[in-house]
Each structure stands twice: as structure tokens, then as C-alpha cells.
Ligand binder design. Structure first.
Ligand code: PMP
Length: 354
């Protein structure tokens, strides 16, 4: 740390992203990326002229992409906000709407407390229930910014829409953010409730189901007033937050919407097979509606299991939080990748005499 950092940031504990290793080639099941490439339309969307046009700034309004997304989700273009990955939107959300504090589940996306600390927003964590489902009553009527990842991470468990609605309806004077990074893998989107609730903000990303994590594109849907607030912060931070290439690729992806939905179905099929195989090997695996599984085995230490998988060329995600130290999060890869992972699991179990 330098002597120049403002005192209020000195104690900030930054978010630790999943490893992006360069040392050797792993089967990469650690950051919930898609195993499939973006759609053919996206792959063909950019030409030399687009690269030449990099001399120009991007459209700060992202007009074309907003119009396409508005059409896809049945809202008006002024109900769409675009950002450099959905983390950016979550950041703005704490910055903009955290004046009375924030509340979120005890086990959820570990970036939320970092954003809260960054903006000096006091927060409360509502513990999950014993079966790892979200405590709806505990999150309801709290009179604070309420943030719900649905499906939740790292559990993969989704709340049905009527339970999500209870939380939104109970908190009319504060924004309820539903972070739907994983919704395309079997969850029900709260976007269907946008006409009914002025306090709802649905946050989505191109990083998972649309196979475009590297393009850094997120978007949010909400009332035009909430979107206007987010725009105010964006124009006070970085008006050109989405680059020209990504704006174009994002629009091409909307035009080929069926492609990513078919990939999501493939991933869901692979998920069902992997869930069953892991359960047969004695793992506890909650039913996931996301592109990952949250797994533990009564006779395998979580940290050691992670290290052994890595040694054998499969990278999964282990979290330092002691409450979940016995768990690992495993992204659903392609069929062959999951077969290799399951072979590795069996090898480890054999070595452990199980
Ligand atoms: N929300 C959740 C629940 C996530 O797991 C992630 C991915 N780390 C994000 C948001 C952010 O994704 P991105 O910034 O790539 O859109």
C-alpha cells in the first residue's frame, strides 16, 4: 500500500476472482464460463472496418443494443442499462441505493460485501436455511437495499418466482436487486414482474449462458427511474463503459438467441448426468439450476480434494470461507470434460481407499 491511498480504503478487502492460470492447460471448471463458443453470428459479426473504427468512441447510449434487448425482454429501451460486465451494475447498485444499508443471504456471491464496504454501506447477512435455500421471510420487509442472486451462487439453488415476488413486494421503499447471472440454466426470471414493481432491478450478464465472459457485457432491466439513476452514475464514472466491439457482438447475440438457449439445454443435460454420477459416488449435491454444482463428500476434505483435482489437471473452485471449506464449486463443462472430471474423482477416491 502506498502512503497516498485514502484512509477509508486502507482496510478494504478486495474480491478474489477465480484463477485464470497460465502455467499449464487445465480442464477449467472454476469460473462458470461456458464450454461452448459464442454463436456463429457473434463469431462473424466483426470485420476489419470494425477494428479500423476503434479510433472512434463507442456509443455512450448503446442505443442499438438497448433496443434489441428491450425487444427481447418486453420492456422499453429506457428500462435497459448496459455495463462492462454485470459486476459493474452491482457496484453502481450499492453506490446508488445503499443509503439505508443492504441485506443479502449469508451465503451468496462474495462480491456483495466488497461492494458494500467499498461504498461504506452497512450490511446484514441473513443465514441460509439448513437445506441451503434462501430464507425468504428473513430477507423480506427489511427496509434496505436487498440483493438476491437467483439462482444463488455458489449453491446453484433457485427460488421459485412467487417467493422472489414476496421479497420484492415486501420492500416497496427500497430497491430489490435480483442478480440473474445464472437464470438461463433453469430458473424463472423476475423480468416477468417488471410491469408490477417499480422497486425491482433485474441484473443479467452475457458471461455465462451467452458464452461471452471475455467481452465484459452486463445489462439490467428496471423502471425507467431506476435506470436513469444508474445512468447518472455511469455518466459520472465512465460514459463509454461498453466498448464498440462488445456493443456489436452483444447485438449479434440477441439476433441469434436460439443458439445460446440450445447450449443452455445441453449444459442442463450434462448437469443432470454429473449430478447423478457424483451422488452415486457418495457426494452431496444440491439440485442446481445453474451451470455449476456445489459438492461435498463426507470422507474427502474439501481443500485437499480441490488440490488433488488441480494436480490431476482439473481446476475447480474452493472458497476460503470456513463455513463452506468442505465444499467445492464445479462448473458444468462439455460432456467430455465432465467425463474426465468424474474419472479424476474416482482416481482420487481410490487413492484415499474409498
Ligand atoms: N453475479 C453472480 C452471482 C456471479 O457469479 C457473477 C460472476 N462472477 C457475476 C454476477 C458477475 O459476472 P460478470 O461481471 O462477468 O457479468
Amino acid at each position: 500500500m502506498s502512503q497516498f491511498l485514502r484512509a477509508k480504503y486502507a482496510g478494504l478487502e478486495a474480491y478474489t476472482p477465480g484463477e485464470q492460470p497460465r502455467d499449464k492447460k487445465y480442464i477449467k471448471l472454476n469460473t462458470n464460463e461456458s464450454p461452448y463458443p459464442p454463436s456463429p453470428a457473434v463469431l462473424a459479426a466483426l470485420g476489419r472496418e470494425d477494428l479500423a473504427d476503434l479510433r472512434l468512441y463507442s456509443d455512450p447510449e448503446g442505443k442499438e443494443l438497448k433496443e434489441k434487448l428491450a425487444g427481447l425482454y418486453g420492456v422499453a429501451p429506457n428500462q435497459v442499462f448496459l455495463s462492462n460486465g454485470s459486476d459493474d451494475i452491482l457496484n453502481f447498485t450499492f453506490m446508488a441505493f445503499g443509503q439505508d444499508g443492504a441485506v443479502f443471504p449469508g451465503l451468496t456471491y462474495s462480491f456483495y460485501p466488497v461492494f458494500a464496504d467499498l461504498h461504506g454501506v452497512p450490511y446484514e447477512k441473513v443465514p441460509l436455511k439448513e437445506d441451503f435455500t434462501v430464507d425468504v421471510a428473513g430477507l423480506s420487509g427489511r427496509g434496505k437495499l436487498t440483493v438476491l442472486a437467483n439462482p444463488n451462487a455458489p449453491t446453484g439453488i433457485a427460488l421459485p418466482l412467487d417467493r422472489v415476488e414476496e421479497i420484492i413486494a415486501s420492500n416497496p421503499d427500497h430497491v430489490v436487486v435480483v442478480d440473474e447471472a445464472y437464470v438461463d440454466f433453469g430458473g424463472d426470471s423476475a423480468a416477468a414482474l417488471l410491469g408490477k414493481y417499480h422497486n425491482l432491478l433485474v441484473v443479467m450478464t452475457y458471461s455465462k449462458s451467452r458464452s461471452m465472459a471475455g467481452a465484459r457485457l452486463g445489462f439490467a432491466l428496471g423502471s425507467s427511474e431506476i435506470i436513469e439513476d444508474l445512468e447518472k452514475l455511469k455518466y459520472s464514472t465512465n460514459p463509454y463503459n461498453v466498448n464498440r466491439l462488445t456493443l456489436k457482438l452483444g447485438a449479434a447475440a440477441v439476433d441469434s438467441d436460439d443458439y445460446f438457449r440450445a447450449n443452455a439445454r445441453r449444459i442442463m443435460d450434462t448437469r443432470a448426468k454429473a449430478t447423478q454420477a457424483l451422488r452415486e459416488l457418495g457426494f452431496t449435491v444440491p439440485d442446481s439450476q445453474a451451470n455449476f454444482l456445489f459438492i461435498t463428500h463426507p470422507k474427502l476434505d474439501g481443500g485437499e480434494f480441490y488440490a488433488k483435482c488441480k494436480e490431476k489437471g482439473v481446476l475447480i473452485r474452493h472458497f476460503s470461507d470456513p463455513v463452506i471449506a468442505q465444499y467445492n464449486r464445479v462448473t458444468i463443462g462439455a460432456e467430455e470434460e465432465m467425463e474426465t472430471f468424474l474419472q479424476v474423482v474416482q482416481e482420487i477416491m481410490k487413492e484415499e481407499g474409498l
